[in-house]
Design a protein around this ligand. Structure first.
Ligand SMILES: [Zn+2]
Ligand SMILES: [Zn+2]
Ligand SMILES: [Zn+2]
Length: 312
């Protein structure tokens, strides 16, 4: 395995928050089928580079509890807020791998299976925390989830009384920022082919609303995107860290290619950018050295600190 590309140190594996204002843990960085794929013998699916093992896409966003407010007691590292963006089919193993046992809530970009089929496992968080979990999504996504998970959202119609997740639906709208325990979360309109979906921008601490308000730590997560509508570009300015879809090299109708992602990064000039939702077409060791200096490939387990001295 080739590891000496000089950029391997983009982030350590398995590091927990400690005095960092805003931190992102990449739980999964793979495309919908994951990498390796079932029944594929290509070099990337057979690679022994752990960075080529990509579970379904999801990130955990962490920031400290401010002012002594109630929050999650972090896994031995003080009190933090922990928010999950998307809950894919690999959620259970991701949570066990990273010893995540408590969540403030879950935010959903869209309801494709690779982003929501882990919602069933929220019931373990309900049990550990003895509390329901807040679920944030657009109205259209809530409607889809209600149909996909009738046993969760309409438990009265279950034949037997069952151990199902308890989720509290919260509606968000593209462009309307919300405050979640001191961080400003801005839902971003993105296009996934013809499907309008959400990305999320997080500014910590939140401060006043608006694209011009500077914040010490800022991060945006734009997975499953093939187009950025005009109203979203200003909301992606002045980012410390941008995470963006880069499925493969070849054109795809609903995802960006590596080149398209690099064009977006070049236009926005975030402090750093990371590629995600990656298919088996991309070998980490082959592509990483060819990327611009401020761009890296995300990999499962990568932890990135946003802000606090990061270049802007
Ligand atoms: Zn996806
Ligand atoms: Zn393969
Ligand atoms: Zn999708």
């Amino acid at each position: 395995m080739d590891t000496d590309d000089g950029k391997r140190g983009a982030g350590p594996l398995h590091v927990s928050i400690c005095g960092v204002p805003l931190e992102v843990l990449f739980l999964g960085t793979g495309t919908s089928a994951g990498v390796p794929m079932i029944g594929c013998d290509c070099p990337v699916c057979r690679s022994d580079d752990p960075r080529d093992r990509r579970s379904r896409p999801s990130v955990l966003v962490r920031y400290p509890v401010s002012g002594g407010a109630s929050g999650i007691v972090g896994e031995g590292n003080g009190r933090v807020h922990q928010w999950l963006i998307d809950a894919g089919p690999d959620l259970r193993t991701q949570m066990i791998e990273h010893r995540v046992s408590r969540l403030d809530g879950v935010l959903i970009t869209h309801t494709h299976a690779d982003h929501v089929f882990g919602l069933d496992d929220m019931r373990r968080f309900n049990a550990v925390m003895d509390a329901p979990i807040d679920l944030y999504a657009e109205q259209s996504a809530h409607e889809r989830l209600r149909a996909m998970f009738a046993h969760i959202f309409d438990p009265g119609s279950n034949v037997n009384q069952s151990f199902v997740a308890k989720l509290i639906p919260n509606r968000v709208k593209a462009g309307d920022a919300i405050d979640l325990h001191g961080a400003r979360w801005t839902p971003l309109r993105l296009l996934h082919g013809r499907l309008p979906i959400l990305g999320f921008r997080v500014d910590y601490p939140g401060g006043e609303l608006g694209a011009d308000a500077a914040s010490p730590g800022s991060f945006a997560y734009c997975t499953d995107v093939s187009g950025i509508p005009p109203e979203t570009w200003p909301l992606l300015e002045r980012l410390d860290v941008l995470v963006i879809d880069a499925l493969r090299y070849k054109h795809h109708p609903t995802h960006m290619t590596v080149d398209q992602a690099l064009e977006v990064i070049d236009r926005l000039q975030p402090g750093r950018a990371y590629l995600t939702h990656i298919a088996h077409d991309i070998s980490h060791a082959e592509l990483e050295p060819k990327l611009p200096e401020n761009v890296s490939i995300g990999f499962d387990g990568l932890v990135v600190s946003c802000g606090a001295g990061q270049p802007r």
